[in-house]
Write a protein that binds this ligand. Structure first.
Ligand code: GDP
Ligand code: CA
Length: 311
């Protein structure tokens, strides 16, 4: 019997561990369920930034400098859109646009986001399952000192500078897990929380009642990998956001956020002093090198996570 591993992932940080897992697990052994709280409509097109990051990463097409977008992409269409007076703060490459056109077309013709994603992944030769967390719309919205901002406006247009007071997941309470995620929650031998932003990438999933319930009732182990090292995010606003929300901006704050949902939290060796506090919460802390620069780093951390999960 193949193992069944369910990995919950956002974009760039999540995709790194998903890639590592995909090097070890067969296509029928891994389901990567990806955040869609960042999805946004640009130029009339449905853009799913985190799904695309994971899909492009597994396809070997991701831009290695940014982690998102396609390697070697050009931006001529965006320049033309700017000439037409369109807002172009969200970077969409020429080849990347084809993905959004195809997805939007499929959705218009009545496909679900899951079905559209299957088609895109198949065409790019991605064998492992990459699935949206939900086929229902969920929108992460940040209440900030500049008012309410949708996720991409906060993150990309405003460079995560506004001070965040609260994070809302619009639509989450009415959303259901995608069919593939629901199945994976039932069948999983191990659930992995990838090192993605706990509030902006994993948070939207935990806000979907069916996903939270599925995680709470899953009989298998859940292993989370912290996205923070030494109280800082490796990239992005996770630590700043946690501090603004009144949480401790460290792997201990991550542990508190995942309380009741994860059994093991993998933290960096340099955060070993946080281990006793994490253990006191009832989560087993494990130290390991969690910074993934090379593909070997990704596979090594993935291997460690699978071992911790008893696989
Ligand atoms: P986004 O949607 O592209 O912002 O991606 P994610 O939410 O998946 O990833 C952002 C998080 O990934 C940040 O909090 C980073 O600290 C974390 N991250 C990025 N690279 C690494 C890494 O190599 N190791 C770990 N442990 N975390 C990482
Ligand atoms: Ca994202």
């Amino acid at each position: 019997m193949p193992n069944k591993v369910l990995a919950l992932a956002g974009g760039v940080g999540g995709a790194k561990l998903v890639l590592g897992l995909s090097r070890i697990l067969g296509p029928d052994e891994l389901v990567a369920a990806v955040n869609t709280g960042d999805d946004e409509c640009f130029h009339g097109l449905h853009v799913s930034p985190d799904l695309d990051t994971v899909m492009y990463t597994l396809a070997g097409l991701a831009n290695p400098e940014t982690g998102w977008g396609l390697a070697g992409d050009t931006f001529h269409a965006l320049g033309m859109l700017r000439q037409y007076g369109a807002e172009t703060w969200f970077n969409l490459g020429d080849r990347d646009l084809a993905t959004h056109i195809r997805r939007t077309q499929a959705l218009r013709e009545g496909a679900t986001l899951s079905q559209a994603t299957v088609e895109l992944c198949r065409a790019l030769g991605v064998g492992h399952q990459v699935v949206p967390m939900s086929d229902d719309p969920v929108a992460t919205v940040l209440a900030t000192d500049e008012g309410e901002l949708p996720m991409q406006q906060y993150f990309v247009q405003r460079h995560a500078q506004p001070k965040v007071k609260a994070v809302h997941y619009r639509g989450a309470a009415q959303a259901s897990p995608s069919p593939a995620l629901a199945r994976a929650l039932d069948e999983a031998d191990l659930v992995v929380f990838c090192p993605s932003n706990p509030w902006l990438s994993i948070g939207p999933m935990l806000a979907v009642p069916g996903i939270r319930q599925g995680l709470l009732s899953a009989p298998c182990l859940t292993v989370a990998v912290s996205p923070l090292v030494g109280g800082a995010a490796l990239r992005g606003p996770a630590a700043k956001l946690m501090a603004e929300l009144g949480e401790e901006a460290s792997s201990l704050g991550v542990a508190r956020h995942y309380l009741g949902l994860c059994d093991i939290l993998v933290i960096d060796q340099q955060d070993a002093e946080l281990a006793s506090g994490i253990a006191a919460l009832g989560i087993r802390p494990v130290t390991a090198p969690i910074v993934m620069n090379t593909d070997d780093d990704k596979a090594a951390l993935a291997q460690r996570v699978l071992e911790l999960g008893g696989l």
